[in-house]
Design a protein around this ligand. Structure first.
Ligand code: GAL
Length: 859
């Protein structure tokens, strides 16, 4: 007996070893999948010989830190994504011509490997033009300096550089064995980006460029399909794909190509001074369901995680530092509920339909009413037997509809799709949100309270505690500050001088004012005026180091009254960029600073042509050049203690040290007390900040999901500062004494800066009899002759906290007709008085259960 146990255990060990080798070999050998090929037909991408219905999550790797990547990928997978999609950011990878950077946030290979090891696929959009609200659309600024270059057209110097970079990326991926045929996750690539939008501006050369880009890409032998989005003339062998808020009904330019949606805009970006966009989860789910309903097979959320425009990466002009995008994962990587959960349920329902969706070559259409329709997919299942799935849509924006389908009655809420994975039972309706809602709370940072702190009730009030009581200050010189300046007769274009190494460019000229001018002004008016035909993005005008005024705009006329004294005056113009243009034709010609004529008006002897004056130029700030924001260099500068009652001052550097908040919740700086500038933590550039108030009007008081979405619908935050919280990734923080440095342009109060943490502090769930049973109750459906009686399963509500948190109290529960929303509920006309105590007991059970798991794990 003992012998046989030993033999068995030996066999078992050998077997385990073989299993382990089989499981881990691909990973040890650097591959994540058994190598497979990808092709396509008119219906779908064909992965390892099988048509697939794919859901993709857009995540831009430099908009997060490498430390955040795994969690973002895991949450994408948990949310039902099969694929991750990203652009490749040329200006991040080749900041200086010929000098490549694939480190840190630009460690593309690492990002792709993490995707592979999570079992997801990757759609890599190389561009290399990307748009993306990214500085200069991803182009390195040095590209402008190549003689004779014209971007994105049939232009040899441009094509040469583009080919070099695209080849570099494809080779990098191939060398790291990251293509699917090598066992890696890359299943698809993209060349160019929405070139169709600008192609006409380039005439025949534009058309030739499209053909060249396609054949150049195909010539690289990457071995996976290439996409061109919004490109109706995409050549054969390149799939033209759709971008937009809705892409149902999109038809590619050939019957041999599948219907792909490369950018499903699930929210939108924000400009300084703009309101915050929100796309309702119900409408987004409707758009996605309609897409698969009408023949779509690959859909990517742009963005699934938007993240942050760290440093000076935000495009523009005037795009804010946050790139939250109202995406299912918020700027910090926390789930945005109910969007994340509702989409997860949607994806689960679509997955249940996949066998039928791929079995049919096209859906069968059935009209159910004037604004109601069904699309039915049926065919032979892969494992034998018949499969059938149906989508019932009500595109009426106002009214519910009762329809008959296959002999059964269905009620469809307005602007919704019901998904029937067995052509009979409704697994999901896009307008019925069963997922929890969560409201993010922003808490003042507190010292660690030990492990029990997570049981404490979330503090809803912002009880402010400021980051530091002790600040140092340093004045930035106004005007020319160093030897590396130069003088030139005439006004130079801003980017030609700065090469975008800094936002700032000083221009100084001397103006001599006669006694006659002074008496002329006394008689005719109080001053003279600087007048410039056209400028962007910020212009500050100084006379004798005193600020006369600032102008903000995008190619607007600048008119700034100035006052001179008799004799010599220094006229200083500071031009500033706030993100380079990232969209449109002829980007290389766009430039920054001034255009047209510049003059000084109001002089006795007529206007003074400033365009012809002699100007001394200086790029950037002294503090930038001295790198006083870094841990290594900040102490070399002559800081002095800032008095608490110091009056706000322009062009100041501030620094302090702070300890990070306890725990793992995302950290933000609240910079509401500041004016405008840039901030660094431990030398890491967290971005531009600007305490600008958003437009007063245009925000809807309520948000109705029904009807076509656009970025002006359901906006919030009108009349409030556009962005007050700035993400400081946890991995940039040390356990204590973190250096915070700010450059403040307009005057602010650093003593009121606070550090906070963000968490999903309030959770709500609502469910009614009209909700469908939870999707996990669906096993593999028995199609057509299904015997499952899933309708007898009651709907459930599930509440989940972010990692490290538990539900600490139930504040409201009502079985009845409660009113209000997650921000504040009230009891309706009908209410069961024991609701709260019953739900609280359930919660207590959860807590005990959770504690049990914790202590078990602790053993
Ligand atoms: C698209 C573009 C994306 C992004 C998006 C708006 O047109 O392809 O890169 O800019 O618009 O967020």
């Amino acid at each position: 007996m003992a012998e046989s146990i030993r033999t068995f255990s030996l066999q078992w060990r050998i077997l385990s070893l073989i299993i382990a080798l089989l499981v881990y070999f691909p990973i040890l050998s650097g591959s994540y999948f058994k190598p497979f090929n990808v092709s396509y037909d008119h219906r779908a991408l064909i992965i390892a010989g099988k048509r697939r219905m794919l859901v993709s999550a857009g995540i831009h790797y430099p908009r997060a830190t490498p430390e955040m990547w795994s969690d973002l990928i895991a949450k994408s997978k948990e949310g039902g994504a099969d694929v991750v999609q990203t652009y490749v950011f040329w200006n991040g990878h080749e900041p200086v011509k010929g000098q490549y950077n694939f480190e840190g946030r630009y460690d593309l290979v690492k990002f792709v490997k993490l995707i592979g090891s999570s079992g997801l696929y990757l759609h890599l959009r190389i561009g290399p033009y990307v748009c993306a609200e990214w500085n200069f659309g991803g182009f390195p600024v040095w590209l402008r300096d190549i003689p004779g270059i014209e971007f994105r057209t049939d232009n040899e110097p441009f094509k040469k550089e583009m080919q070099k970079f695209v080849t570099k990326i494809v080779d990098l991926m191939r060398e790291a064995k990251l293509f699917c045929w090598q066992g890696g996750p890359i299943i698809m690539l993209q060349i160019e980006n929405e070139y169709g939008d600008v192609e006409k501006s380039y005439g025949q050369k534009g058309k030739d460029y499209v053909k060249w880009a396609a054949s150049m890409a195909l010539g690289l032998g990457a071995g996976v399909p290439w996409v061109m989005c919004k490109q109706t003339d995409a050549p054969e062998n390149i799939i033209d794909a759709c971008n937009g808020y809705y892409c149902d009904g999109f038809k590619p330019n050939s019957r041999t190509k599948p219907v792909l949606w490369t950018e499903d805009w699930d929210g939108w970006y924000t400009k300084w001074g703009g309101s915050l966009p929100h796309r309702p989860a119900e409408d987004l789910a409707f758009a996605v369901a309609r897409f698969y309903q009408r023949g779509g097979s690959f859909q990517n959320y742009y963005m699934y995680f938007g993240g942050t425009n760290f440093g000076r990466t935000s495009g523009g002009p005037f795009y804010i530092t946050s790139y939250d995008y109202d995406a299912p994962l918020d700027e910090y990587g926390l789930r945005s509920e109910p969007k994340w959960g509702h989409l997860k349920d949607l994806h689960a329902a679509i997955k249940l339909c996949e066998p039928a969706l791929v079995a049919a070559d096209a859906p069968q259409y059935r009209k159910l009413g004037s604004k109601q329709e069904a699309h039915i997919y049926h065919g032979d299942g892969e494992t034998g037997g018949k499969v059938c799935a149906a989508f019932l849509a009500n595109i009426d924006e106002h009214k519910s509809a009762h329809v008959k389908f296959n002999g059964q009655s269905y009620t469809l809420p307005p602007w919704s799709v019901s998904i029937l994975p067995d052509c009979r039972h409704v697994a999901f309706n896009t307008a019925k949100v069963g997922a929890q809602t969560s409201v993010k709370t922003v808490e003042s940072a507190r010292p660690s309270l030990g492990s029990m702190s997570i049981l404490q009730k979330v503090v809803r009030q912002d009880n402010v505690s400021y980051i530091s009581k002790s600040w140092m200050a340093l004045k930035e010189p106004i005007g020319i500050w160093g030897e590396n300046n130069f003088t030139f007769q005439g006004l130079l274009e801003h980017l030609n001088v700065t090469k975008d190494r800094s936002d700032y460019l000083w221009h100084k000229t001397r103006i001599s004012v006669s006694e006659d001018d002074i008496s002329f002004w006394k008689k005719n008016g109080p001053n003279s005026t600087v007048s410039i035909d056209s400028m962007r993005d910020v212009l500050r005008v100084f006379v004798n180091k005193q600020l006369a005024g600032s102008i903000v705009g995008h190619w607007v006329k600048a008119v700034q009254p100035v006052r001179f004294i008799q004799g010599n005056n220094d006229l200083l113009l500071l031009t500033q960029t706030v993100g380079l243009q990232n969209y449109g034709a002829f980007l290389e010609k766009d430039g920054a600073g001034f255009r047209g004529k510049a003059k000084l008006t109001g002089f006795k002897n007529g206007d003074l042509d400033l365009s012809k004056s002699s100007w001394t130029y200086q790029v950037g700030l002294k503090g930038e050049a001295d790198k006083i924001y870094t841990v290594e260099h900040n102490e070399k500068a002559e800081w002095s203690t800032l008095e608490t009652d110091a009056s706000p001052s322009i062009f100041m550097w501030y620094k302090t040290y702070f300890d990070p908040p306890a725990g793992t919740d995302p950290v933000v700086l609240n910079l509401e007390s500041m004016g405008r500038g840039q901030a660094w933590v431990n030398g890491q550039h967290i971005g531009r900040y600007w305490n600008i108030i958003s437009q007063k009007d245009g925000c809807d008081r309520t948000c109705d999901y029904r009807g076509a979405y656009n970025s002006d619908k359901c906006t919030t935050n009108c009349g409030k500062p556009t962005q007050t919280r700035y993400h400081v990734p946890r991995s940039w923080l040390k356990p204590s004494s973190n250096l915070l440095v700010l450059f403040e342009e307009t005057g602010g109060n650093p003593f009121k800066i606070s550090v906070k943490t963000v968490t999903a502090g309030i959770l709500c769930g609502q469910v009614s009899e009209s909700h469908y049973p939870p999707l996990r109750k669906w096993s593999t459906p028995d199609y057509i002759n299904g015997t499952m009686s899933i309708n007898s399963v009651a709907p459930e509500v599930h509440l989940h906290c972010e990692d490290g948190h538990v539900i600490s109290s139930i504040e409201f529960a009502s079985y009845g007709t409660p009113r209000g929303s997650c921000d504040g509920f009230s009891i309706g006309k009908c209410h069961a008085s024991n609701s709260l105590s019953i739900v609280s007991e359930v919660k207590l059970y959860c807590l005990q259960h959770w504690q049990l798991i914790q202590s078990y794990e602790g053993i």
